[in-house]
Design a protein around this ligand. Sequence first.
Ligand code: FAD
Ligand code: FES
Length: 265
Amino acid sequence: MKLLNGEILANKKYGENLYKLEVFSPYICRNCLPGQFINIKCAYEGMLDPLLRRPFSIYEIDKKFNVFSVLYMVKGKGTDFMARLVKGGMLDFIGPLGIGFKADEEIKNYLLLGGGIGIAPLSLIAKELMETGKNIFFLAGFKDEAFFLWERDLIKIARNYKIFTENGSFGQKGIPSVYLKENMHLYKNYKLVVCGPKEMLKNIQGILRDFPGIAADALMEERMACGIGVCMGCIIKIKKSPGGFEYKKVCTDGPIFNLMEVIFD
Ligand code: FAD
Ligand code: FES
């Protein structure tokens, strides 16, 4: 992990409130694993608001040209600052952070399930899985067609996928967790990797209780402050047998956890 500055090569609008930021960084391209994230300074030099860096997953890595990208949604002050960054400027960030994703050698089939911007880290994980010869199926769910362009990136990685939108404006009308519940029998020999809103993760945990043999990793996106394990701002509860729990830091113990061990309060 290093404090880095990378030249911004593009900051493209990708949909409603959605942007793709491309940054030149040989260090990140050499050292970052899928599932890891960076902590971006969202204020100009000398300005203190917002004070805290903001965490973002690595979305793509192009090792040939030493370029990585982040796909982000504008939510508040920090991401509003990011949306105004322009080509040629410098991005101040720390990374790579967190523990990266490692595929399970024993498992051949992976079902990736992303809700909203949760598809960002899963896209790089999907690419890694395809490159290591795994079979993947990607399920994605969005509110509306804001993520329309993402399908163009996805088909470069995966041919087996289903996209749902709540209003039916892009892909099929519906939500992936409902589809999963009705079709779980098709995925009995898959491992799940999921990322998205907490409510979605909780639903999937509930569905999987009826399928005790199926393993699932969840990428947790708690709000963070330091991003490096110091402030305890990102702790979650993880089940610890028998019957107890322990606190884990999403930034340094995660962001990937066994979904069935996460306690959602
Ligand atoms: P703020 O002003 O801080 O908050 C605006 C609103 O967004 C508030 O309602 C707040 O409650 C909500 N919010 C802020 N942070 C989160 C969060 N972590 N989860 C849910 N709601 C939040 N976002 C992306 O767009 N792309 C990514 O690839 C991505 N990867 C992430 C990886 C990790 C490990 C984590 C922890 C978060 C990730 N996020 C990602 C979420 C992103 O960090 C937040 O959206 C961002 O920090 C919001 O900053 P802001 O200053 O714009 O909003
Ligand atoms: Fe500070 Fe995780 S964000 S300990």
